[in-house]
Design a protein around this ligand. Sequence first.
Ligand code: NAD
Length: 257
Amino acid sequence: MAKTVLITGSTSGIGLATAKAFAAKGYNVAFNGLEENGAAIAAEVAATYKVGHIFSPANMLHADEIKAFVHQAQTELGPIDVLINNAGIQFVAPVEDFPEEKWDDIIAINLTATFIATKAVWPQMKERKFGRVINIASAHGLIASAFKGAYVAAKHGVVGFTKVMALEGGQFGITCNAICPGYVFTPIVDKQIGAQMQAHNMSREEVINKVMLSEHAIKEFIPVETIASTILYLADSDAGATITGIAMPLDAGWTAH
Ligand code: NAD
């Protein structure tokens, strides 16, 4: 029977590349995201790789929608073998100007939704004595940058939650790991460039080279496919069965500083 992966925020960027990597391995995919053409994106990937799928526009701000998405995936595709908590947003501003509602949204989408989705898949994973939970944190789960108070707080929280789930899941065949990417060129980064230009009073080129890639020892954006293949390694390899509770930097050397 085909395995099933559920990926939040999988109709764009890292989530979409990851959905394709799992579909290429024959996994059924439960897609989610707020992109207007999300259903069409999901259907196209599923048709290309001839795998089962569902698409849900569940909003990660709302616990009831997350739970309904998990339930729909379990009902229509079967038990969830792999959960990838990937949906995320960013907002960049100095603390005195940081809108409180942006703080709340970032914590809700990047951190609380990770807890709610994990809680929802957990009983069935425990019962089946198998589960792989992979949380997409960030290099900002390990270190900080100015003007990113909410995001850095949320991603550090994701890393902490990952360790707790590793401890709780160990005896039930469930592993939980976090991936901590540096800069990957996706819409979330593209949108950030404008905000960073304002915050730092810099041109687009300066933001890319002096703010973003300056942190990387390797002066390149990380390809989405690199993130996807690492997630697949943690989820579907012999080594992945014993790796748990880690926060793996995939950051072109950023956190080596
Ligand atoms: P992206 O903007 O391309 O994708 C984000 C996805 O999350 C989209 O599908 C979007 O619709 C979805 N999403 C956002 N808010 C949502 C909500 N309320 N409900 C449901 N879905 C929602 O960005 P990405 O770069 O692919 O980001 C994916 C993850 O990787 C995020 O958690 C991000 O913080 C993390 N990350 C990205 C980078 C980077 O440089 N791109 C670096 C480190 C970590």
